[in-house]
Design a protein around this ligand. Sequence first.
Ligand SMILES: [Zn+2]
Length: 413
Amino acid sequence: MQNYATVTGEGRSIASLMKSAQIRRAFQFIDELQVELDDELVRICEIPAPPFKEDARARFIGQRFHAVGLSLVRSDAEGNVIAERPGPSSRRSPGPRVVISAHLDTVFPEGTDVRVRRDGARFNAPGISDNVCGIVSLLTLARALEVGDIVTRGQVYFVATVGEEGEGNLRGVRHLFDKGEFRSGVDAFISLDGPGLERITHRALGSRRYRVTISGPGGHSWGDFGIVNPVHALGRAIARFSSYPAPLAPRTSYNVGIIEGGSSVNAIPASASMVVDLRSVSSDEIDKLEAHLRRVVEIAVREENSQRAMSGTSLTCEFEQTGDRPSGETPIGSPIVRAAIECSRALGIEPRLDCSSTDSNIPISLGIPAITLGVGGVSGNCHSLTEWYEPHGRELGIKRLLLLTASLTGLAG
Ligand SMILES: [Zn+2]
């Protein structure tokens, strides 16, 4: 890995970057482009990208990467789309490797109506703000660098990742840093995710997800009455679990998001399951929460078994981990966070440092300098069918991104 702190050290200050003719030309281009970006927003949003079925949107983004002048467009084994903008041709002192990424998947299942309905400045559609607006900004960054004729000292990678949401469990970005292209590390990683300008996410909110399944023999509600019932046990487990006193600091949360089980009102179910989300900014708190979950399930199963002992039947239970996102932090004093703060302020944005669960969790947990940024605009009802996005302030978000990219990689010459 490059030590990019030294590279940016010889770079120019943000103020002088902003005065450079190339950056000014790129800024002007961004201002002129806004209507076209609305069209791009609609076009991408209307290509479905349900979890694990992101191919169609990925293919389109690959074509767009190509069309905006990026080179070596490819997709990797997991389905991520990657392209490059090389630094100057001399390889004698390669500059830093900077990754700008945005996740391309949505939370919405196959068959969801993703057509965009416009209502004045408002765009209504599932996934429009999370994260089609991020993808549009990623593409626009590439165009603006090109139009500004900006030659960076280092290599800039443009990546649209798959599997960020829900049960995707960060599979795209995990692959990149595990077996994929960035397994030997990069010098900086920026994830664009959602609207807003203030938020600079430098702390990774960790989470663990489990599917807990309780199983028994099942039977007739009248004829077999007296045998163990998995739904009854699951109900008791949830009642106990939901009284857990999660601390406010370090902030911790839990949620039973899905319950399933049974097939008929007059059948004793053979199984019942719940899908549980455990989150905390502290991995110790997640450990405690997980221990609590295991304890309450064990107690509930034991109670049902002892209450129905006469029947000679008993329940078993199984824990399946469906998600694991590591926590961690890119220090406030690190060059990437400092540069993000400076670039924001240079454009009149007062940033707010925060903690969230995003693609950056993976590089952050590996000690790679990483942050997640909003791309401007406002939105509401994310992850619901009534999700909406308004692009006010989007141009500022793209300018900040351009400035930050230039400052992290440095300009050649
Ligand atoms: Zn997102």
